[in-house]
Write a protein that binds this ligand. Structure first.
Ligand code: SF4
Length: 346
């Protein structure tokens, strides 16, 4: 039995998400997340013997998953697509040729501490190493967040780096998960970026609205609304089962505040590598007014080789989805190649 955790349910479409969730609430929910494999399996009525392969409870990239997310898993099902995204497996420790610590060349595109400049007109700030969830396939699972963090000196160096380069039109807050930072920590950064004349747009890459929707509180919505230019929130959901009513409630006020909502997913073997899984994901996103933006081929990060889907299979899935769904419901299938000036379509 999964302990009760989230706010009381409201009818669908009623967008008063997290008025009931204060900052103390989401911090409490974050702190109460699972960190031990044994406790997670026990609450899902699973034993280690029922799993298809051994787990690694002592992995250096430890289990971390909020209880509200676990509540969307199917108890007793070792193949659950949400469980598979967070369960540390022993074979993550196997060295696999081609799977490396920095698969997208983050460190080669470093401009200053925590400031990456990969694509023309855009700068990406690595705001924190913290996440509410540890996704086993994360391309930054080995990233040296200690040294490469834009939050040092209360953002001063990062803001100066952005201000000094007037080719930057858009700033992307990434991590880790930028929304794992308090509003008080984010405020000087977002307000500071809003004062730089050449920064026209703000984009935030975050999995929090999906895995800990209570994080989207009115203060955060107000902070984003006050930014002088367009704000885009790119959420990260890989499976329709992740997008329950708590997520719908969190996204409502953002949408109503004019925040552009996009989703990026990763194609993951055993999670969403079927036409029906992709069709369901696109349908659920569209019902929540979130555009299916990107479907990423897996970045070859060390420890994640077991999630790899072949390019041929990936194209087959997208081609079939294109046949079944209108164009706006079909994400762009892309791969990030280190050194490229844009994501490469597959
Ligand atoms: S939330 Fe994003 S940054 Fe954090 S572990 Fe998952 S994929 Fe990586």
């Amino acid at each position: 039995m999964i302990p009760a955790h989230s706010a009381p349910r409201q009818p669908a479409g009623q967008s008063r998400p997290s008025e009931q969730a204060s900052e103390a609430d989401w911090h409490r929910l974050l702190a109460q997340g699972y960190r031990e494999v044994g406790a997670l399996l026990q609450d899902l009525s699973l034993s280690a013997e029922e799993l298809a392969e051994p787990v690694d409870p002592a992995t250096p990239f430890p289990l971390r998953v909020p209880r509200g997310y676990v509540a969307r898993m199917r108890p007793g099902d070792p193949t659950d697509p949400l469980l598979r995204q967070v369960l540390p497996l022993d074979r993550e420790n196997d060295a696999v040729p081609g799977y490396v610590n920095d698969p997208v060349g983050d460190l080669d595109s470093r401009q200053s501490a925590g400031v990456l400049h990969k694509y023309p007109g855009r700068a990406l700030l690595v705001t924190t190493g913290a996440c509410a969830i540890h996704c086993r396939y994360c391309f930054r699972r080995h990233f040296p967040y200690g040294e490469e963090n834009a939050g040092r000196k209360r953002w001063r160096n990062s803001l100066e780096a952005v201000a000094a380069d007037d080719s930057i039109r858009e700033v992307i807050l990434s991590g880790g998960d930028p929304l794992s930072l308090d509003n008080d920590k984010l405020r000087p950064l977002i307000e500071g970026l809003g004062k730089i004349a050449h920064v026209e747009r703000l984009r935030i890459h975050t999995r929090l609205p999906v895995v800990l929707p209570e994080r989207i509180d009115p203060e955060l919505v107000a902070l984003l609304t006050a930014f002088p230019g367009p704000v885009c929130l790119v959420i990260h959901a890989n499976h329709a089962q992740e997008l329950d009513e708590s997520v719908a409630r969190a996204l409502g006020p953002l949408r109503e505040a004019g925040v552009l909502l996009l989703n990026q997913a990763v194609l993951l073997k055993g999670v969403n590598d079927s036409v029906s899984a992709q069709e369901d994901l696109s349908a659920r996103l569209t019902a929540l007014a979130v555009a299916p933006y990107y479907l990423h081929q897996l970045d070859p990060v060390a420890g994640a080789a077991h999630f790899q889907v072949s390019d041929h299979r990936a194209r087959t899935i997208i081609d079939e989805l294109r046949r079944l769904a209108p164009g706006y419901m079909v994400p762009r299938l892309v791969q990030e190649i280190p050194g490229d000036q844009a994501k490469r379509p597959l």
